[in-house]
Design a protein around this ligand. Structure first.
Ligand SMILES: Nc1ncnc2c1ncn2[C@@H]1O[C@H](COP(=O)(O)OP(=O)(O)OP(=O)(O)O)[C@@H](O)[C@H]1O
Length: 345
């Protein structure tokens, strides 16, 4: 069931030249985790603030749980929207214990707010720490307190601004998984903002990618990666190689060799072939379709990246398994098992 709808939302800040958010529409399903991703300044935080009621759009409408909360001049105030918010710096009260921090956001008329706060802290795995102060906890634990405080009042939707950006790389993988599990256990709908593709790909059910305030694509992680709707989205989710090719009757002629492909005859003069490093495979034998001069090999433990150059020095990067040895080799052979073709004019 649809819980949130943004319809043609635009927002320009006072004195700004450009719109921060431009005609953005999307829906969020109940129980879904959506990542809003984009470069700095792409409008992610503004979208979050518009949903939370901390900003008002210049155009468009927003519905939450079947209720129109924004339309024209109409705006349900932030505190009446039943939206939970986790801020980037967690924004915990340093002079309150974590139990008091969680209790703080609860309605005063609850019959037993302490029990609700305790139960929520248990849910986020902090049952031992009720009476500690925020500074006595690790970054990951503080974040779980912030999460508990946001979900304790049972909001309709949870909004998180860069929830993983204050964590070091070692902790990040673990915290992502923990946060995802907690959110899924409660069944709450969540939207989080990030600029990190790894955060989005590993944590979200769906990802919305913004560029200059425009929504580029919203889809499940696999589709964004495998079927990007435009070059911006494709390049955002990792390196893509690009080589020029001339179509022939039975394949593409490139500066790395010939690729047999009966589809080639559909194209006219010149095309661009685009592929990710993992869509190529380095092979031992000669006689393969493509080859290049080995320029650089970078070892990453789980895999190696091999940079190969054509006669003109144009380079491509191919991912290969970590065990492959290139000792004494000047050239490497490879083939592509997947690539996109684009007309180049
Ligand atoms: N309060 C404000 N007043 C004026 N301009 C603003 C304000 N807040 C954001 N902007 C501008 O709006 C655009 C979108 O900003 P926003 O913070 O939404 O982007 P973002 O994608 O969240 O970026 P970041 O990752 O850096 O936080 C930017 O050009 C920014 O400079």
């Amino acid at each position: 069931m649809r819980i949130l709808s943004l319809n043609q939302i635009s927002k320009k800040y006072n004195q700004a030249k450009e719109f921060a958010v431009n005609d953005v529409s999307f829906d969020v399903e109940e129980g879904e985790i959506l990542a809003l991703i984009g470069e700095s300044g792409s409008g992610k935080t503004t979208v979050l603030r518009l949903i939370a009621g901390l900003e008002h759009p210049d155009a468009g409408s927003i519905s939450l749980s079947g209720q129109v909360i924004v339309e024209g001049k109409k705006s349900v105030p932030a505190h009446e929207r039943q939206v939970g918010m986790v801020f980037q710096d967690y924004a915990l009260f340093p002079h309150l214990t974590i139990l008091e921090n969680v209790k703080f956001g609860l309605k005063k008329n609850l019959s037993d707010p302490i029990k609700v706060a305790e139960d929520t802290l248990k849910l986020v795995g902090l049952r031992e720490d009720y009476h500690k102060y925020p500074h006595q906890l690790s970054g990951g634990q503080q974040q779980r307190v912030a999460l508990a405080r946001a979900i304790a009042p049972n909001p309709k939707i949870l909004l998180m601004d860069e929830p993983f950006s204050n964590l070091d790389a070692m902790l990040k993988d673990q915290v992502r998984e923990e946060i995802r599990q907690i959110i899924k256990k409660t069944g709450i709908t969540a939207i989080f903002v990030t600029h990190d593709t790894k955060d989005a790909l590993s944590t979200a059910d769906r990802i919305a990618i913004l560029h200059k305030g425009y929504l580029q694509q919203i889809d499940i992680p696999k589709n964004l990666y495998e079927f990007p709707v435009n070059p911006y989205v494709a390049n955002f989710f990792g390196k893509r190689n690009e080589i020029m090719a001339v179509p022939r009757e039975d394949g593409f002629h490139t500066t790395f060799g010939f690729i047999t492909d009966p589809e080639a005859k559909k194209y006219k003069e010149k095309v661009r072939l685009m592929f990710r490093p993992e869509h190529g495979e380095v092979v031992r034998r000669d006689g393969q379709q493509l080859s290049g001069k080995i320029v650089k090999i970078s070892y990453f433990g789980s895999h190696q990246m091999v940079k190969l150059a054509d006669e003109e020095g144009k380079r491509v990067t191919i991912r290969t398994n970590p065990g492959r040895s290139f000792d004494g080799m000047e050239r490497a052979f490879f083939y592509l098992w997947k690539y996109d073709v684009e007309e180049a004019f």
